[in-house]
Every structure is written in structure tokens, then in C-alpha cells.
Design a protein around this ligand. Structure first.
Ligand code: ATP
Length: 244
């Protein structure tokens, strides 16, 4: 891959639920970088994530990872092909410990960059809680575990849906640092965020989603400096995220 070539290429993607169209011809690309998708509630951000990873079947368009078509493939195939997913709400197993979540995926990870021990190095707090069950973990610990689980795929791209949702500022700091470390190591991150300040700290490019399309792209500084753009694209109350 040359520096100019996109890792993820999404072209004219369409999807929805039955007759309800949510993604309406959406296009963008991501290189080895962190890119944020921002937008008001209900614009289709979660549907975009779910469509990229195969949980929602697209009705048209293309998703390519390093040139390989992935649209229409099963979620397991897409995961193995190279898209790790950190879903909204984390979707962990309450009865499994932290260690059990990670060990489940460790065989495939053996000898590669991301192993359970590497995840514990990234998130020392998780190492302290390794014998605790998913249901005993704080929201931040659950989010770290969800990120760690996605990393064990050793995928070139990680998609994160609202990772900062409901988390204390110190935990958001940990996630921001983790995103920077991943990008520095050559992993691309596509992150959906309601919290503009968290989005801007994680990603240089801010893609604004409106009614199932990417309507505009800004740098973080452009969006933070322009309350009019925040109001227009993000709505009242979903703007700055003062606490992150
Ligand atoms: N499983 C589903 N079945 C039918 N419609 C759905 C389903 N999930 C989402 N939708 C609809 O799709 C549209 C886009 O929702 P989506 O959750 O993708 O938006 P979003 O931008 O992620 O919003 P939010 O930030 O509130 O999660 C909404 O109109 C929503 O009601």
C-alpha cells in the first residue's frame, strides 16, 4: 500500500432495515490514521458501523479493505479479513472473567503483536481486574476489555462505536491515548463519537454524517472553533462534551 492509497474505501454504500433506507449512498476513505464520524442522533452512524462489519447487509455500494471487497460477507469473514469491532454498549459476556474473554481469542493471536499480555500492557487496569467477571467491571473497564478483544484479531482497522459514552474523563483520556498508540503502530481507527471533544482528541479528520451520507469534512480545530457548524451538524446539547 502506498501512503496515498486508502486502507478502507467505502463507495456509494446503501443499507437499512427492510424498506427503511438509512445509508443513502455514503462514500469516504480511511488511510492508516484515526478518522471520526460525527453527527446528530439517528443519522445512521451505528448502522454504518454495523454495515461495515457485516451485521447489517448492504443493499448497494462497495466496502473495500486494502482493495478486497468485503460488502455482503458474513461478520466472521469480515473480522478475519481485518476489521475489528468495538460495538456500542460493549456487548461483553457478564459471566466470563476479563481473562476468559481474552483467552478465548488468544490462540489466533499467538506470535502476533496483540496478545492478552499486550492488551494488559496497554490497559494495566484490566490486568488488575483479570479475574473479575464482566458484570463486576466499571464502564471504563468494560470499554477497555471491548477494545482489547477487538485488538486480539490483529486487524489493520478497528471500528469503535461511541467508545467514550458514559465514561469518566480520566477513562476517556486512557482511550484517547490508546487510539494514538494504535495509529502510531500502523493500525487505522474509525471512531463514531457523539462527544465532539473526544472525537477531536482521537482523530484528525472529522466526517459529518447527515441523513445517511457524509455531508462535510472538517479538521477538529475547524469544528471546535465554529459553534454555528456544531449547531448545524451536531445539534444542541451534543456539541462540545465539556467534561471530556
Ligand atoms: N434494528 C433497527 N431496525 C429498524 N430501524 C433501525 C434499527 N436500528 C436503527 N434503526 C433506525 O435507523 C436510523 C439510524 O439509526 P442509527 O442508530 O444508525 O443512528 P445513529 O446516528 O447511530 O444514532 P444514535 O447516535 O442515536 O445511535 C434511525 O432512524 C433508527 O431508528
Amino acid at each position: 500500500m502506498t501512503p496515498d492509497e486508502a486502507l478502507l474505501e467505502v463507495r456509494d454504500l446503501r443499507s437499512g432495515y427492510g424498506a427503511s433506507v438509512v445509508l443513502d449512498g455514503l462514500s469516504f476513505s480511511v488511510g492508516v490514521e484515526a478518522v471520526a464520524i460525527v453527527g446528530r442522533n439517528g443519522m445512521g452512524k451505528t448502522t454504518l458501523c454495523d454495515t461495515l462489519v457485516g451485521f447489517v447487509a448492504p443493499s448497494g455500494g462497495e466496502v473495500r479493505l486494502s482493495g478486497r471487497r468485503l460488502d455482503g460477507l458474513a461478520p466472521e469473514t469480515i473480522a478475519i479479513a481485518g476489521i475489528g469491532y468495538v460495538p456500542q454498549g460493549r456487548r461483553l459476556f457478564p459471566s466470563l472473567t476479563v481473562d476468559e474473554h481474552l483467552v478465548m481469542l488468544a490462540r489466533r493471536a499467538r506470535g502476533r503483536r496483540w496478545t492478552p499480555d499486550a492488551v494488559y500492557d496497554l490497559f494495566p487496569r484490566l490486568a488488575e481486574r483479570r479475574r473479575h467477571g464482566g458484570a463486576d467491571l466499571s464502564g471504563g473497564e468494560q470499554q477497555m476489555l471491548a477494545v482489547g478483544r477487538a485488538l486480539l484479531l490483529n486487524a489493520p482497522l478497528i471500528v469503535m462505536d461511541e467508545p467514550s459514552e458514559g465514561l469518566a474523563p480520566t477513562i476517556v483520556d486512557v482511550l484517547v491515548d490508546a487510539v494514538h498508540q494504535l495509529v502510531a503502530e500502523g493500525v487505522a481507527v474509525l471512531v463514531v463519537e457523539q462527544n465532539l471533544r473526544a472525537a477531536v482528541r482521537m482523530a484528525g479528520r472529522q466526517l459529518v454524517m447527515v441523513s445517511g451520507r457524509i455531508e462535510a469534512e472538517f479538521t477538529g480545530a475547524e469544528l471546535l472553533d465554529r459553534p454555528d457548524l456544531q449547531h448545524r451538524y451536531l445539534g444542541v446539547g451534543a456539541t462540545i462534551g465539556e467534561h471530556a
